[in-house]
Each structure stands twice: as structure tokens, then as C-alpha cells.
Design a protein around this ligand. Structure first.
Ligand code: MEV
Length: 436
């Protein structure tokens, strides 16, 4: 029976037992699939179990570091959590390349976050405007218990306005608020403020006949589109110092700039190009306990801000200098949430020497730029598959159950060959035949 009531009320052992009975009835000790990933440290296991609901196991991702990121004159070793082979190697390679060319230069352009109370209003617009102007100070005052602490540290609500969205949708208005949340990602803070605004709106509407029940509040929620929470990372070097595999100097710079022009002109290429950037960004976001879905959503919306989805990065030549830069919105936190709970996230932040949110924005942007540099460099020179499949070789070995000795022999055999799954499988078969 695949349908079940009250699953969440079962103990963890009961949940595992139900999964085993339902999906692995013919497998002896199927529970071990889930149990072998449990941590022997019961407190640590409990911590992980309680992050989400219905936990039955842990899902591991490799945690790696990419050293030699020289950012504004300071060297960082960057923690990355990702399953895709070659991403960490690519980041490290680019970091090393730019380390000897002045490193990365970054700038936080803004740190504003946004949220809205979305509602419909069916009365006279001027009545709504008057009502809003009247209750705006009260909405802010009533949110004080939520904002007091943030204000003490220098943050808080930075604006609260009424926005007429009726051009986009009949009767649609917003209470639009902006926030400074300092080192916190701020989702809970923002959503609490917005819900408080909505509540004050309701209470005051009851007292104002011009508003009465002529409105419907639909929802109060932060936006993951944060075009005013922006960071820029840049590298530059004399064109003659650019070296991308067999491409040197002007030839390398020209081809790189061409690749970026294509990513700006074509949505198919732009999407893959930006995916490469997000390979780097998401890995640091995950390692540092931030919300990669929010970052992804915000980055892609930003990439489409002109109406056409484009590259998040840009490359250009000025005189004798090659420039490569990335600009994107990153609403990050280095306090609160998982940052204080997850032991490896704490360790990641320690490896980064406890950055504040602004610093983390800059580090993350550099890893995105580094990743993009490596990917585009491979694409315009040797192609992506050579390096990629080399890194993937080990995964193929593991899929095929190769022994350490077989891996050693096959690695040497594939040293100067293109790697495909089938070729590796065939080569392994041959070795095994010879062995028998
Ligand atoms: C693969 O994960 C990422 C790339 O496709 C990015 C790109 O094409 O720029 C290599």
C-alpha cells in the first residue's frame, strides 16, 4: 500500500520499516540502505534529523576546498559542496591563474532586500492612497517589536510604499518594503514585518469606511528577486599575459570575448553559460549554509532583467587589457539559520575566517567568475569533454565496481584517450578476461 495516513507521526524506525515493506519487500535488511548513512554520534544525527520532516537518512555531498583565491589582496581558501566532478578543480585552476595576475577585485554595489504585501483593492485609488499615507507610520510603529534588535545593529526597514500594479493586473496593489538585514539573510525578519504590515492594514481598514471591505490581502512574502543586493567581481590582465591552453594573448582574448558575445545573444547558450557560473556559486552557497534556490531564482531573474535572458558575466578588451567581470544579486547570510546549526557550515565559515555577509557576497561572486573563466576557457580551446571525462573517470570506475588495481591500470590506459562510459566498460571487461 503506497498510501499512508499519519506517516509524519511514525518514529524514524517505523518510517524506514514502512519504506522497506513498500518498496523493497524482497530485499533482506533493506533498512541498511538508510541506516548505513546514519551518524554514530547520536546528538549530531538528531540535529540533522530535525532540520526537516520525515527524515529517514542523511544525503551526503562531498565537501571540498578551492585554495588560492586572491580577493582584494587577501587570500581565501573557499569551501565548496557539490557532486559534479571537475567543478572544484576548475575553480582552483582559475584561482591560481588569476592569483599571479593581480587576483580578483570585488565591490558590493548594494545590499537592499525587498518584500511585498500583495492585495487587491476595488475602491477609489485616491482613498487607498490617503489611507496608506495615514497608516504608514502606524504600520512601521507596530512592527517595532520585530525590528528593534535589527535597528540596534544598524539595519531594519528602509522604506514602505504603496505601489499601483493595476497596469499588470486589474485591482492589484502592493505594500512594497525594503530592508537592510546586515549579516542575516533575513527571510524570517522580512516575512514577519510584512505580516505585521498586513495585520495593521486590516485593523485600520475596519475603522476607515473608504476602505472597509473593498480589499483582499492575498499574501505577504519577501521577494527572492533582489536587483538592489548586488555584487561585482572582476579580473583583468594585459592581453599578452592571457593564456588559454593553445591560445595565447590576443587570440585568446578575442575568442573569449566572442564566447561572451554569443552568451549575450542566444538564450540557449546564455542558460548553459550561467549554469557554469552557478556551479561555483551554488557550491559555496551550500557549503556556507545559504539558500541556493533563492540565489538561483534571483540570479536568473536578474539575467533576464532586460527582457531577454543574457549572460551574467561580461568580457571586453580596453587598449592592451583584457577584462572579465560578473555582476549578480546575492542575498546571503553569515549569521542565523543553518550557519549556527550545521557543524560543517560553521567549519566552512571558519575556513573563510568568519566573513560578514558583504564579504561572503564577494567571495561567492569570485568563485562564480572563476568557474565561468575555466568553463569558457575549456570550451574555446580543448573542448569540455577531455578534462570533464577525465574527472568523471573515477565515477565511472566506481559505477563499474573497479578495484584499486583496475583503476590504476585503466587510468594509465585512458591518459591520452577520450573517455566514454562504454569504452571504460569494454576496457575493464578485457582486463578481467585477461586476469581469468
Ligand atoms: C557544466 O556543468 C557547465 C558548463 O556547461 C558551463 C558552460 O558551458 O559554460 C561547462
Amino acid at each position: 500500500m503506497k498510501q499512508i495516513d499519519g506517516f509524519s507521526k511514525l518514529t524514524k524506525a517505523q518510517k524506514i520499516a514502512w519504506l522497506c515493506d513498500t518498496y523493497f519487500p524482497n530485499i533482506e535488511n533493506a533498512a541498511s540502505f538508510f541506516e548505513k548513512y546514519h551518524n554514530a554520534d547520536t546528538d549530531l544525527q538528531k540535529l540533522h534529523d530535525e532540520f526537516i520532516e520525515n527524515t529517514v537518512s542523511n544525503y551526503y555531498l562531498p565537501f571540498a576546498v578551492a585554495p588560492n583565491f586572491l580577493i582584494n589582496g587577501r587570500t581565501y581558501t573557499v569551501p565548496m559542496a557539490i557532486e559534479e566532478s571537475s567543478v572544484v578543480a576548475a575553480a582552483s585552476r582559475a584561482a591560481k591563474f588569476w592569483q599571479s595576475r593581480g587576483g580578483f577585485h570585488t565591490e558590493v554595489l548594494s545590499t537592499e532586500k525587498t518584500g511585498h504585501v500583495h492585495f487587491f483593492f476595488y475602491g477609489e485609488k485616491t482613498n487607498l492612497e490617503n489611507f496608506f499615507n495615514h497608516i504608514q507610520p502606524l504600520m512601521l510603529a507596530k512592527a517595532q517589536p520585530i525590528t528593534a534588535n535589527m535597528e540596534k545593529r544598524g539595519g531594519g526597514i528602509t522604506s514602505l510604499t504603496l505601489v499601483d500594479k493595476t497596469d499588470a493586473l486589474a485591482h492589484y496593489y502592493q505594500l512594497s518594503a525594503t530592508f537592510e538585514t546586515l549579516d542575516a539573510m533575513g527571510a524570517n525578519f522580512i516575512n514577519s514585518c510584512l505580516e505585521s504590515f498586513a495585520q495593521t492594514f486590516r485593523e485600520e481598514a475596519e475603522r476607515d469606511a473608504s476602505i472597509g471591505d473593498k480589499y483582499e490581502i492575498v499574501m505577504s512574502i519577501l521577494s527572492n528577486y533582489v536587483p538592489n543586493c548586488l555584487v561585482r567581481a572582476k579580473v583583468q590582465c594585459p592581453i599578452e599575459e592571457l593564456e588559454i591552453a593553445q591560445l595565447k594573448g590576443a587570440e585568446a582574448a578575442k575568442k573569449f570575448v566572442q564566447a561572451l558575445a554569443i552568451a549575450n545573444a542566444d538564450v540557449y547558450r546564455a542558460t548553459t553559460h550561467n549554469k557554469g557560473i552557478m556551479n561555483g556559486i551554488d557550491s559555496v552557497i551550500l557549503a556556507t549554509g545559504n539558500d541556493f534556490r533563492a540565489i538561483e531564482a534571483g540570479a536568473h531573474a536578474y539575467a533576464a532583467r532586460s527582457g531577454q535572458y543574457k549572460s551574467l558575466s561580461a568580457a571586453w578588451i580596453e587598449g592592451d587589457t583584457f577584462f572579465f567581470a560578473l555582476e549578480l544579486p546575492l542575498a546571503l547570510g553569515t549569521v542565523g539559520g543553518l550557519t549556527t546549526l550545521h557543524p560543517l557550515v560553521k567549519t566552512a565559515l571558519e575556513i573563510l575566517e568568519k566573513p560578514n555577509a558583504r564579504e561572503l557576497m564577494q567571495i561567492v561572486a569570485c568563485v562564480g567568475l572563476a568557474q565561468n573563466f575555466s568553463a569558457v576557457s575549456s570550451l574555446i580551446s580543448l573542448g569540455i569533454q577531455k578534462g570533464h571525462m577525465k574527472m568523471h573517470l573515477n565515477n565511472i570506475f566506481n559505477q563499474l565496481g573497479a578495484t584499486e588495481e583496475e583503476k590504476r591500470v585503466l587510468s594509465s590506459y585512458f591518459k591520452d584517450k577520450t573517455v566514454t562510459y562504454n569504452d571504460v566498460a569494454e576496457a575493464l571487461k578485457k582486463i578481467r578476461k585477461l586476469e581469468n
